[in-house]
Design a protein. Sequence first.
Length: 93
Amino acid sequence: RKMDYQIWCGPAMGAFNQWAKNSFLAGPEHRKTSDLALNLLFGASVTLRAMMLKTQGVVLPPSATAVYPMKKNDILALAGSLPQSDSMAADPM
């Protein structure tokens, strides 16, 4: 009998697929480790900064902490490493 390989990830896989829906990450063939890792780090930094502001009494609207899938170069542009792409400049996020 051949082994039955499965990835046990619980609800995390479904949550990721919902987050990536309608973005450049929607298709598994476009998911590169470096893009996913940078998106996770960026999302964590947004969450951490929002939490620090909250501890200082700043009230932020939910839209200020919403993080959507972004291409690697667009995240680096926000960090000041690269110029923004046309798609990023047009996005009102």
